[in-house]
Design a protein around this ligand. Structure first.
Ligand code: AOY
Length: 465
C-alpha cells in the first residue's frame, strides 16, 4: 500500500491565509469569527458534524516543530521566503505544547436553527495568536457538508412523514429513506461524514462508512444503521436474459424469510412484475415468511412506480387501510432508488396518494442527490470575522458589499437565543449571556462538550413530535 504523507494541520488552509498574520491592524490581540447559513434551499439548518472535525483535526497536540518546519519550507517555495508565520506557529508548539489556543462555541448538534443565525464562534485565547481563528476557517467551514446533508435528509423526513400520516403508518418512517450514496461521493471521508448526517434522521443505509463514523466520533457502541439482503444487476443479469426468472427464484430460495430486495428492471420491469414475480413466482412469494421488495431502477420514478404498483396490486392484491388508501399484500413492497431527490420523492408520493396508494407501499433509495449533489452554497454557508480587540479595545467588524447586501455579515460578539420557537442572534459584550444556546465545545486543545448519536437523535426526534 502507498504510504500517505503524515497530516500537517499547519498546511490545511488556503494559501493566502499563510500571509494574513501580517495584514491585521497593529495591536490586534483577539479575532472573533462566526459561522452562519445565509439562507438557501431550506429556511432552517440541522446542525451536525462539528464534533467530527474537532476530534479528528483540532483536539489535543496537533502541531509539532517538524510540522512547522515543513510548512515553512513549503510556503517559502509556494509563495516566497518570509511569507510564513514561523514564529507564530513555533509559539504554539513551545508555549502551548502544540495545542490550539482558541475557544470554539457552538449550538448543540441536532438543533434545527433558522438561517441567518450564528451556529459556531471561534476566538483565540492567547493574544499572540490573533491570526489563528481565521487560519482555521478552511478546515472548520467544511462543517457546511454534514449540516447540509442532515438538513436535506431531515426535510425529506418531514415530507415522507406527512405522506405517511395522511395515507398510512407513520411508525414506518425510520426506513423510508435509504442511503445508496457510497459509490457516488468524492471520497471515503465524505461518505463517512455524509452518511452519518443522514443517520441522525433515518436508520436505513448501505453506506457502511457512516455507521463507523458515528461509532468513532459520536460515542456509539451500537449498530446505528441497518440494511437487508439485496440484489444488484450483476447477480441477476449473470444468469442470462432467458434465465431472469431463475435468478429471482434463487433470491427467494437463498433468502427464504425476512426482507429481501430485488432489482427487477434488467430487461422489462413491467414483464418482470407481471409474469415473473406475479405469475411464475407468485405462490413462492406469498408462501415466504417475509417481504419481497421489488426495485424498479429506470425510467421516470413517478410513472414507473405507479405502473408497478398497479401490476403488483392486480397480481398480489391489496387492502384498503383505515385511512382509505390501498396497501399491497404484505409480502410485497417497492423501493425506488433511481432518479431520487428531494423533488422526485414528493412528486412520487403525491402521485401515489392521488391514485389512492398508501405511502406504506414504498421506500426510497437516494444516492448522489443525498450525499454529493450539495455544495456550500446550497445553504450559503459563510465564516466571517465580527469582532476584533486592538490594544485592549473591542471593535465591531463587518462587511456589507454595495452589490451584495445579502452578503452582509453580523457585527460584534454574538449569542444565540430561541424566543417562542424563533431563533435570534444578538450582539453581546464579552462574557457569558444567560440563555445563550451556544456552549463552549473546545478550549485550548480540549474538547469540552460532546454529544452522543443518541443525544443528537433525541433532539432531532423532538422536532417532528
Ligand atoms: N442497495 C434495500 C437495501 C439496499 C444499493 C446500494 C447502490 C438496497 C440496495 C436495496 O434494498 O435494494 C447502493 C444501489 C443500491
Amino acid at each position: 500500500m502507498l504510504k500517505t504523507e503524515a497530516r500537517n494541520l499547519v498546511l490545511q488552509t488556503d494559501s493566502y491565509k499563510f500571509t494574513h498574520w501580517r495584514q491585521y491592524p497593529p495591536g490586534t490581540q483577539f479575532v472573533y469569527s462566526y459561522l452562519e447559513s445565509r439562507g438557501g434551499m431550506f429556511e432552517k439548518t440541522l446542525f451536525f458534524g462539528l464534533q467530527y472535525y474537532l476530534l479528528e483535526y483540532l483536539a489535543g497536540v496537533v502541531v509539532n516543530e517538524e510540522d512547522v518546519r515543513e510548512a515553512r519550507s513549503f510556503v517559502d517555495q509556494h509563495i516566497g521566503p518570509g511569507a510564513f508565520n514561523f514564529d507564530g506557529w513555533m509559539h504554539i508548539v513551545r508555549r502551548h505544547g502544540g495545542k490550539l489556543p482558541v475557544v470554539i462555541k457552538a449550538v448543540r448538534e441536532g438543533m434545527l436553527v433558522d438561517v441567518r443565525n450564528v451556529l459556531v464562534t471561534i476566538e483565540n485565547t492567547d493574544p499572540v495568536c490573533y491570526w489563528l481563528p481565521n487560519y482555521l476557517e478552511t478546515l472548520l467551514l467544511k462543517v457546511w457538508y454534514p449540516i447540509t446533508v442532515a438538513t436535506l435528509s431531515h426535510a425529506i423526513h418531514e415530507a415522507v412523514l406527512h405522506a405517511l400520516e395522511q395515507s398510512g403508518d407513520p411508525a414506518l418512517i425510520d426506513f423510508k429513506l435509504h442511503d445508496f450514496g457510497y459509490r457516488g461521493v468524492s471520497s471515503e471521508e465524505t461518505a463517512g461524514i455524509g452518511a452519518a448526517a443522514h443517520l441522525i434522521n433515518f436508520k436505513g443505509t448501505d453506506t457502511v462508512a457512516g455507521i463507523r463514523c458515528l461509532q468513532r466520533y459520536y460515542g456509539s457502541s451500537e449498530m446505528e444503521g441497518f440494511s437487508i439482503p439485496a440484489a444488484e444487476h450483476s447477480t441477476i443479469t449473470s444468469w442470462g436474459r432467458e434465465n431472469e426468472v431463475r435468478a429471482y427464484d434463487n433470491m427467494l430460495t437463498q433468502f427464504p424469510g425476512g426482507l429481501v430486495a430485488v432489482v427487477s428492471d434488467s430487461y422489462n420491469v413491467y414483464d418482470a412484475c407481471e409474469k415473473l414475480w406475479g405469475e411464475a413466482l407468485h405462490d413462492k412469494v406469498l408462501k415466504r415468511e417475509g417481504t419481497l421488495v421489488i426495485r424498479p431502477d429506470s425510467g421516470n420514478p413517478r410513472e414507473v412506480v405507479l405502473k408497478v404498483l398497479e401490476i403488483l396490486g392486480h397480481k398480489f392484491g391489496c387492502e384498503t387501510n383505515s385511512k382509505g388508501y390501498r396497501v399491497l399484500n404484505p409480502h410485497v413492497r417497492i423501493i425506488q432508488g433511481d432518479g431520487v431527490n428531494y423533488w422526485t420523492i414528493q412528486d412520487t408520493l403525491t402521485a401515489m396518494i392521488r391514485a389512492g396508494w398508501s405511502a406504506d407501499n414504498i421506500a426510497f433509495g437516494m444516492g448522489g442527490a443525498l450525499l454529493q449533489q450539495l455544495n456550500r452554497d446550497t445553504q450559503k454557508f459563510a465564516f466571517k470575522c465580527s469582532s476584533i480587540t486592538v490594544n485592549g479595545e473591542d471593535r465591531e467588524v463587518f462587511k456589507d458589499p454595495v452589490e451584495g447586501h445579502d452578503k452582509a455579515s453580523k457585527r460584534g460578539r454574538l449569542a444565540l437565543h430561541r424566543v417562542n420557537g424563533k431563533w435570534k442572534t444578538s450582539r453581546t459584550g464579552n462574557g457569558d449571556v444567560p440563555g445563550d444556546e451556544l456552549r463552549v465545545v473546545f478550549r485550548d486543545g480540549e474538547v469540552l462538550a460532546r454529544d452522543t448519536v443518541k443525544d443528537v437523535r433525541e433532539r432531532v426526534a423532538r422536532l417532528s413530535s
